[in-house]
Design a protein around this ligand. Structure first.
Ligand SMILES: C=C(O[C@@H]1C=C(C(=O)O)C=C[C@H]1O)C(=O)O
Length: 272
């Protein structure tokens, strides 16, 4: 009994340290560490989705006529968001809904999230772009063609990917806030001039972006290997659960540019 109590306390302390929401006095280092941890979630979510083939009927609005023109994946995502909103998921500023209209009021146990965002900037969202990118561009790149009939599990795996990508990209709001606080004069000049290019230049760190892309490529290799007890070497013939080049491309073409778009949009409203 005593040892159970002890281990429960130890676990919750550890969780608090790892999963604490962003502090009000956040630093760029803190935010970048959070982004690094989220890379793991994204790579694992893609690996889970890749267990199923493409499963085209999950995206066909004709599959479920009673859903009024919505595909199974859209109906599933909307239903999941309604349930999650009820329990307060979107009270967390890290979480952004894909279908914010008609979500019920939260009735869960309130949590006192620190108010980090400038209020006028808080509602910036890229979820439409993320949804379209995921289904039109990304999904065909990392799933094999085919139909195994397991559409609900497929939709559930899609939603995990979408939510992980959305959380990462909307973390651009924290990045923007901390960069603004670190150099308010530089940012204020560009914000007052509504100069998107100047803002983009100010917030871009190319060396950091290169490191991010190299790291996610490596994570996809490490996490996507089949681990066996026999010694074996990994070479060009190694089969990965998700092609590491696709993960690097995901970050290069979509995740980093969308994060930076969020940063710019956040900053443009930062003085409102
Ligand atoms: C997120 C940041 O802002 C920009 C976007 C990056 C990203 O999305 O990974 C990396 C570097 C910056 O160009 C950051 O500075 O860490």
């Amino acid at each position: 009994m005593a040892s159970t109590e002890h281990s429960t306390a130890a676990t919750s302390e550890m969780d608090e340290e790892k999963e604490a929401p962003p502090p009000q006095d956040l630093t760029l280092g803190w935010v970048r560490d959070a982004l690094i941890r989220q890379e793991d979630s994204i790579v694992f979510a893609l690996i889970e989705r890749a267990r199923f083939p493409y499963n085209a009927p999950a995206y066909d609005p004709c599959l479920l006529p009673q859903q009024g023109g919505r595909s199974l994946v859209e109906a599933f995502a909307r239903g999941a968001e309604v349930l999650q909103a009820k329990f307060g998921r979107y009270q967390n500023p890290e979480e952004v809904s894909f279908f914010p209209d008609d979500l019920p009021a939260p009735s869960g146990i309130p949590y006192n999230f620190p108010e980090v965002f400038h209020p006028a900037s808080a509602s910036v969202t890229a979820n439409n772009a993320i949804w379209n990118m995921y289904f039109n561009d990304l999904l065909p790149l990392f799933t094999v063609e085919g139909d195994d009939g397991n559409y609900t599990s497929t939709a559930a795996a899609d939603l995990v990917c979408l939510q992980a990508l959305s959380r990462r990209i909307h973390y651009g709001k924290y990045v923007a806030e901390v960069k603004f606080r670190d150099a308010p004069q530089d940012y204020m000049t560009a914000i007052c001039a509504k100069d998107r290019d100047a803002l983009m230049k100010l917030l871009t760190f190319e060396a950091v972006e290169e490191m991010v892309k190299r790291r996610v490529l490596k994570k996809a290799m490490v996490f996507g290997q089949t681990v066996t007890l026999e010694d074996k070497t990994f070479d060009d013939e190694t089969k990965y659960k998700v092609d590491p080049a696709v993960v690097a491309r995901l970050y290069d073409e979509w995740v980093i540019p969308l994060t930076k778009d969020i940063e710019v949009e956040y900053l443009l409203r930062r003085l409102d």
